[in-house]
Design a protein around this ligand. Sequence first.
Ligand SMILES: NC(=O)c1ccc[n+]([C@@H]2O[C@H](COP(=O)([O-])OP(=O)(O)OC[C@H]3O[C@@H](n4cnc5c(N)ncnc54)[C@H](OP(=O)(O)O)[C@@H]3O)[C@@H](O)[C@H]2O)c1
Length: 259
Amino acid sequence: MGSALVTGATSGIGLEIAWQLAAERNDLVLVARTTARLEELAEQIRQVAGVRVEALSADLATSTGALAVADRLRSTTRPIGLLVNSAGFGLGQDFVGGALSRELAALDAMVRAVLITSHAAAAAMVARRRGAILNVASMTALTAQGTYSAHKAWVRTFTEGLAAELRGTGVTATAVCPGLVRTEFHERSHVDAGQWPAFAFTTPAHVAEVALEAARRGRVLVTPTLRYKAVAAALKVAPRSVVRRVAGPGLSGRGSETH
Ligand SMILES: NC(=O)c1ccc[n+]([C@@H]2O[C@H](COP(=O)([O-])OP(=O)(O)OC[C@H]3O[C@@H](n4cnc5c(N)ncnc54)[C@H](OP(=O)(O)O)[C@@H]3O)[C@@H](O)[C@H]2O)c1
């Protein structure tokens, strides 16, 4: 891939993807909000992997942040071969009565920013006739867990449509749809991860490995682990009334089934 830009690179799935790409000697552009953590990580990766690493501090819930990342993706002097959109968070609140500002930030970071960065990356990559876009969706794309499910359903469908449009261009688009993954996600979202058994969690390292392999092969949709493949298959055939009952509450920590 040569060089990759990874959003949400300082933690969880994005962090693992960044390290795995560095281990394969790809140069990196790391994106997240917390500058100190980003710069510390960039230095660690440079020291350990000996690759070139840029730290790009940006809040993807803002236009300024998303457009700064898009600008970097358009660079012709330091082209990006792989875009990974991993930045995201759970809302940790119900829609009714929840803070509208948090709803809008989630929509902007997980939908609008994915659209803006993919738009910039796809055009630049098609002009070079090579490249890949890897978007982190979720198993919740198939459930009914509030606006988070809706955002991830958008990411999944958007990526499928993009992949179809990109056919024959040398550029691919992949959406990875993990179930529960052991990261900072639940703590940051104020969701009690203890409500699910330990075996329900996948490691971010495994998700990263499966997602990168799918992107390399140009696969459009991928679900890590056999267990969640089975859950996805069941969700696709179950009546929606059952899905809503079993996996319907928002990500407020009140009995959600999968993230
Ligand atoms: N963990 C799960 O169970 C699970 C399951 C399925 C899908 N996912 C999805 O996987 C992706 C990664 O989640 P994770 O589990 O790895 O979470 P995580 O450990 O909490 O990491 C989230 C990353 O995103 C960055 N980020 C958050 N908001 C941002 C913003 N507004 N602008 C820029 N960067 C931002 C964070 O850094 P800063 O805070 O410094 O910005 C951090 O690097 C998300 O899209 C999530 O929805 C997670």
